[in-house]
Every structure is written in structure tokens, then in C-alpha cells.
Design a protein around this ligand. Structure first.
Ligand SMILES: [Zn+2]
Length: 358
């Protein structure tokens, strides 16, 4: 809800109107409010003060055109017009200023922000989704959800073809991206879960919780600091779900790596001894690494969405055995995908792990 719509209530810092009123007009007595460098139109006719920190001078007609909430607010007879010349009526909102700026950017410069083939940062998308949901701006909400679904899929083959994880590494560097969205697990995973709760989109829950499960327990418990200055926290129920699910997923990842390097070469293999030796050495290497891998189980979906390159690491494996390894890897991922909602204590009726019919 809007924090207030106190017309004529001055926003918080001493700001000076640029309208020619025969002198500078103070429109605020409060301190620490600054004028947005991005959205301050000379011909604006409404001041939006976000979090008592930043004031945006924009156009009532633009807000009302896109948002039913603002439209209805402006339709309510208000004692407007009492302001001194050059002073706009003011609306106070509780939203983080950076988030409100992101929403305005889409409203005013939509095509540049949501270019069809361009990936947007999750923080921008999240701000737009949260605020378009709050202010009932349907087209932005729809666009944001469509982009969320390109990374938070419910169908394995769609996920495998449209989204990809980056190289396995430290949890702070794990990215999930598609052609239209990029998520950084360290900063975005918890916010993604909360967004999905907000808009009630169960099909996106499993991947979002999976991303949370990649975080260390202390981060899951304490939350993550967002670019907008707030901290994203899981609800108590979701905390339990995430921590219990994390245990299940770690066990899945361990079993997965055991099965991946089963030292059985392909039927067409012509270098059986060499390939068996390679697979055995990989398998024993993973055994030794297991303690290390426990907290880096994003390996579960490593390679999803792209071909794993035949690096020099695999040069000792013949071509048919390498293809067999890749095939086992995809099937292992598909199996884990199939069990993902259950491992996370979720039920998603549309969840789909079956190979697409082609
Ligand atoms: Zn072979």
C-alpha cells in the first residue's frame, strides 16, 4: 500500500523548485531527501517521495495510464491546488528509491530496458515485478514473469535448452542465465523465492529453492543484502524447506558423481583398457574430492543448457565413450530434476522431467 498520499506534504530535504516563481521555492522542510538525477522532469506534475529519501518529479498522466492503483488514487478528490506555485502535490511511497527508479525507467524508457534479446539483471527485473504487482501495472508484470520463467523453468528440456549455469565454482560466482535474464545466486536466490511467493507462481518454486540451496547455511539463515539496501530473508517455513532440501540435494549430487564415472566403456569402444583406466581415475578423484564437493553441489546441473566442451581433461577418453558420458550426465540431471520438487518438499503438478517428443 502507499505509505501516504498527503498532498502538499513536503518531501523531506530542502529542495528548490526550478519553476520560475520569482525566487527559489522550498518544497520541503525535511532533511536527507535528494532529488532523483534520473527522473526529475521540468514539466512534471507529481512528486513521488520514496522511503523519505529520494523525490521523483514525474507525470500523473503517465502513472495513471499504466497503474490502476495510481489512477484510482488520483481520481479521489484531493485538496490539490493549495501548493505554492512551482510545488507539486506529493505522494509518499515506502519502496526503495532504486526500485522505484527501475519501475519509472520501464514506464518511460521501456523498450531500452526490456529489449527483446537482451538479458536484464535480476535486481532490475525483481524491482519491476514487485512494484508492478503492487501498483497493478499488468504489462510490466507479464513481461517480468515471462522473463523469470526463462530461468526458473518447470520443464527439464526447456531448462536445458534455454538456461545455463556458468562454470562450477565458489557459490559467490554461480550464475544462472538465459537470453533474457541473468541471476546471481549469491544476491538473487532468496529474493527470487520471495518474489515467487508474492506472485504465487508454484511452477517457478523448485528452481528458485534449488538456487537458495546453493548458499551456505549462514547466508540462508541471515539473508542476503540486496542492491536496494534491504535484506532478503526467507520466511520461517521456507527456511526449513530450504535447509531440509539442501541435505537431500547434497546426497543426490554425491550419488550423481559416483554414477557418472562408472568404469564401463561404450560397446563401440575400441580403446577399452585406456577408457576404463580414465573413468576409474576420474571416479577415484571424485571420491577424494567428496568432502570438498558437499557445499558445491551446483555440479548437479553443470552443463545444463550447453554442450560440455571436450577439454584436454577428457582427451584420454575415446569419442564414443565421451558421448556416453555426456548422455549419462544428461540422464542424471533429468533424474535429479524429476525428484527436485519432492526433495524440496514441494508439489508442482505441471513439473515435467520427461524427454520432449520429437
Ligand atoms: Zn572408449
Amino acid at each position: 500500500m502507499l505509505a501516504a498520499s498527503s498532498t502538499g506534504e513536503p518531501p523531506a530535504k530542502r529542495l528548490r523548485s526550478e519553476e520560475p516563481t520569482g525566487g527559489e521555492v522550498e518544497i520541503s522542510e525535511k532533511k536527507n531527501v535528494v532529488r532523483s538525477p534520473l527522473f526529475w522532469f521540468q514539466d512534471g506534475n507529481i512528486d513521488i517521495v520514496a522511503e523519505n529519501a529520494v523525490v521523483f518529479r514525474v507525470h500523473r498522466g503517465v502513472l495513471a495510464r499504466h497503474s490502476t492503483i495510481f489512477r484510482e488514487m488520483f481520481e479521489v478528490p484531493q485538496p490539490l491546488g493549495d501548493e505554492p506555485p512551482g510545488v507539486c502535490p506529493t505522494v509518499h511511497v515506502s519502496d526503495p528509491p532504486d526500485d522505484f527508479a527501475s519501475l519509472l525507467q520501464v514506464l518511460y524508457d521501456g523498450i531500452q530496458v526490456f529489449q527483446l534479446k537482451k538479458a536484464v539483471a535480476f535486481s532490475t527485473l525483481a524491482a519491476c515485478l514487485e512494484l508492478s504487482h503492487k501498483y497493478d501495472i499488468e504489462h510490466i508484470c507479464t513481461e517480468a514473469l515471462d522473463r523469470m520463467r526463462t530461468c526458473l523453468c518447470h520443464d527439464f528440456d526447456t531448462m536445458n535448452s534455454s538456461a545455463q549455469f556458468n562454470e562450477v565454482g565458489h557459490w559467490k560466482t554461480v550464475l544462472l542465465s538465459s537470453s533474457s535474464l541473468q541471476l546471481t545466486v549469491a544476491t538473487d536466490a532468496i529474493r527470487a523465492v520471495n518474489l515467487i511467493r508474492l506472485v504465487d507462481e508454484p511452477t517457478m518454486q523448485p528452481v528458485a529453492f534449488y538456487l537458495c540451496s546453493l548458499l551456505p547455511i549462514p547466508i540462508i539463515l541471515s539473508g542476503t543484502m540486496l542492491p536496494n539496501g534491504r535484506t532478503a530473508m526467507l520466511s520461517p517455513d521456507d527456511l526449513v524447506r530450504c535447509i531440509e532440501g539442501r541435505t537431500n540435494l547434497v546426497l543426490r549430487a554425491c550419488k550423481q558423481s559416483e554414477r557418472l564415472f562408472i568404469p564401463i566403456p561404450s560397446d563401440q569402444c575400441s580403446t577399452r583398457r585406456q577408457c576404463i583406466a580414465f573413468l576409474q581415475s576420474k571416479s577415484s578423484g571424485h571420491q577424494k574430492e567428496r568432502d570438498y564437493r558437499m557445499d558445491v553441489h551446483c555440479v548437479t546441473f553443470y552443463g545444463m543448457g550447453r554442450a560440455i566442451p571436450r577439454s584436454s581433461d577428457f582427451s584420454a577418453l575415446c569419442e564414443v565413450c565421451f558421448r556416453g558420458f555426456l548422455s549419462r550426465h544428461v540422464e542424471e540431471m533429468r533424474y535429479i530434476w524429476e525428484n527436485l520438487p519432492g526433495d524440496l518438499g514441494l508439489k508442482v503438478s505441471e513439473w515435467d522431467a520427461a524427454p520432449s517428443q520429437s
